[in-house]
Write a new protein. Structure first.
Length: 203
């Protein structure tokens, strides 16, 4: 009996949970010591309360996770505005402003030229281009999901001492932490047919 009272006092001191019906006569009403299903003072099984608490914690954690913003009509308009800005910048030779639309690690795959990676390499390509006599995009089709978007369009390019080039492009955009859309990748290719080999002459 002495050991039992000592154990009970230790449990009471540790958990500060005493059943009001417990008596010094040794009646075991403290739910930490009862045999059978463990029940708190509220009468609910401990395992049930624990499961409910875990479920509530899980739902709270899931709800508190950062959710990617939706791709709104305003985002679509912002992406289309980049197409418009690029046309103006290339026509006027403002290559610094043009290159600023790209991310630092962007990939650029122009027609008739090796791929460039990184904003400095992309800027160097633009500045090395012959004088642009005419340039335009066809209507851009854009779509997106969260922080990623893409746009497709046709293009017409005429540089000095070269024939008019027509083609199409696929542009991938990424929203940066500040909420601005930047170009992550561009792949453009020409519609002009490959040069035909000269006919062989019979001996």
């Amino acid at each position: 009996m002495r050991n039992y009272v000592a154990r009970l006092a230790a449990y009471r001191a540790r958990f500060m949970l005493r059943d009001p019906g417990w008596t010094t006569a040794g009646t075991r009403h403290n739910y930490w010591l009862d045999s059978g299903p463990t029940r708190p003072p509220s009468g609910e099984p401990m395992n049930a309360r624990f499961a409910v608490s875990c479920l509530a914690l899980g739902l709270c954690t899931a709800g508190c996770q950062t959710r990617a913003p939706d791709f709104t009509p305003q985002d679509a308009a912002a992406v289309r505005a980049i197409f418009d800005s690029v046309v103006t910048e290339i026509r006027t030779g403002n290559w610094d402003a043009w290159a600023a639309h790209f991310t630092e690690d962007a990939h650029f795959q122009p027609s008739h030229s090796p791929a460039r990676v990184g904003r400095p390499a992309i800027l160097a390509w633009g500045k090395a281009l012959p004088h642009v006599e005419a340039f335009s995009f066809g209507p851009a089709e854009v779509a997106g999901n969260g922080d990623l978007a893409y746009g497709v369009s046709s293009f017409i390019l005429k540089v000095a001492n070269a024939p008019v080039d027509t083609g199409k492009q696929l542009v991938v955009f990424r929203r940066n932490p500040g909420g601005h859309w930047l170009v992550q990748a561009v792949s453009a290719n020409s519609d002009l047919p490959l040069p035909q080999p000269a006919p062989s002459r019979g001996k």
